[in-house]
Design a protein around this ligand. Structure first.
Ligand SMILES: [Zn+2]
Length: 257
């Protein structure tokens, strides 16, 4: 059984107070009775029901067809049918959207929330058919590898703006600065493709809880991989790769990770 760890204490300030150089992993230095923090974070990273679950190209959801027990529609404007989230993420998104609207005067819209493993597989297969596997892998997750399957990921945009342009909007800038206060991280930040496996996606928010989101904000970590102390996930393992496909004809607006 996982114990609750207060990650808000694991900041660079706290580490500096312990006489630890910047960049040293928190797991290595914090005295925690019983299982080490490293063991706890790794257990959490493997648990699809835990807000800290790690989902990327080298760390699929296990089991791959896992689905949340409960999904709800957050009280925010939504586009399309994939408008449900786990309750904890839905409540947090409601607060984030309300605060964003107060600050910017623009409505924040949910573009895509929970997606099942089967739907993600269909979506990915369609992108492979139109763009080829190599390119599809740069913007669409394979089944079992999408954070949307956890019910903790939300693609958002400013009302009236395609989500691919969200990063340049007033809401996009506000969300980038303040999402952590509501327990979200911008999961695929600029310049971290070698770690996350994906180009920047200012619209893809992942709920991890205020503790871990605060830790990322206050530490040098910019990715969940760094915060959890796991290795980078630039690509799928070779034995997970399918046959090479041809390059696709064009890029389209998409929300497939
Ligand atoms: Zn997404």
């Amino acid at each position: 059984m996982l114990r609750r760890i207060c990650v808000t204490a694991v900041t660079t300030t706290a580490l500096a107070g312990l006489g630890v150089a910047a960049g040293t992993s928190a797991q290595a230095v914090l005295p925690v009775p019983g299982p080490s923090l490293g063991e706890v974070t790794f257990a959490a990273a493997d648990d699809p029901a835990h807000p800290w679950v790690l989902v990327n190209k080298t760390h699929p959801i296990t089991p791959r067809d896992w689905a949340p027990q409960r999904l709800v529609r957050p009280d925010v404007a939504a586009l399309g049918a994939h408008d449900r989230l786990r309750p904890v993420a839905a409540r947090a998104l409601e607060q984030l959207a309300a605060a964003s609207e107060r600050a910017t005067g623009h409505e924040l819209v949910l573009v895509s929330g929970y997606r099942s493993a089967a739907y993600q597989g269909d979506l990915y297969d369609r992108y492979v058919a139109s763009h080829g596997r190599r390119e599809a892998d740069t913007f669409s997750a394979r089944s079992g590898h999408s954070e949307h399957q956890t019910g903790l990921a939300a693609d958002v945009t400013e009302a009236g703006t395609p989500f691919t342009r969200f990063g340049g909007t007033e809401s996009g800038r506000w969300v980038r600065e303040h999402a952590w206060r509501y327990g979200f991280v911008v999961r695929y930040p600029a310049g971290e493709r070698a770690v996350t496996g994906y180009a920047p996606e200012p619209w893809h928010l992942r709920y991890v809880g205020v503790g871990l989101a605060s830790h990322l904000r206050l530490s040098d970590a910019t990715t969940l991989e760094e915060a959890l102390g796991t290795g980078p996930a630039p690509d799928y393992p070779a034995d997970d790769a399918g046959p090479d496909g041809s390059e696709g004809p064009e890029k389209a607006d998409r929300s497939a990770r």
